[in-house]
Design a protein around this ligand. Structure first.
Ligand code: FES
Length: 148
């Protein structure tokens, strides 16, 4: 099974970067994956110049979700909130040298939770982030149950 994973994926899975939470975060986003029921939460610390100072994640998710989130946090730290929108699941997968096709949906958790955290930050500060749409996927308990 592990053969389908790149060395980078294995590295980020075994030594996840930025796992944990940020107290009094500027933005927090939680999303669920309808396919597997896994959950991802992203915390962001954003400074007054809209630069992401820190980003951490927590997950009830599979190895690919851990690896993509770990990489995603590394990619967004130091970026502005608009630049962070370019950290798509594709960009994260590329940075990880790819994912097996059956695991692509896992990388969406990372992208969607980043967007949800940015949205939360924008709402709290009453600002608009160009190109950011409201999170499509929020945690709806009943929807998640229907999928099983
Ligand atoms: Fe659920 Fe990967 S199987 S996120």
């Amino acid at each position: 099974m592990a053969m389908g994973y790149s060395e980078k994926v294995m590295d980020h899975f075994q030594n996840p970067r930025n796992m944990g939470e940020i107290e009094n975060a500027s933005g927090v986003g939680t999303v669920g994956n309808a396919k597997c029921g896994d959950i991802m939460r992203i915390y962001m610390d954003i400074d007054e110049n809209q630069i992401i100072r820190d980003c951490k994640f927590k997950t009830f998710g599979c190895g690919a979700a851990v690896a993509t989130s770990s990489m995603a946090t590394e990619l967004v730290i130091g970026k502005s909130v608009t630049e962070a929108l370019q950290v798509t699941n594709k960009a994260v997968m590329e940075a990880l040298d790819g994912l097996p096709p059956v695991k692509v949906h896992c990388s969406l958790l990372a992208e969607e939770s980043i967007h949800a955290a940015l949205w939360d930050y924008a709402q709290k500060n009453n600002i608009r982030i160009e190109g950011l749409e409201p999170p499509k996927q929020d945690i709806h308990e009943d929807e998640a149950e229907e999928e099983y």
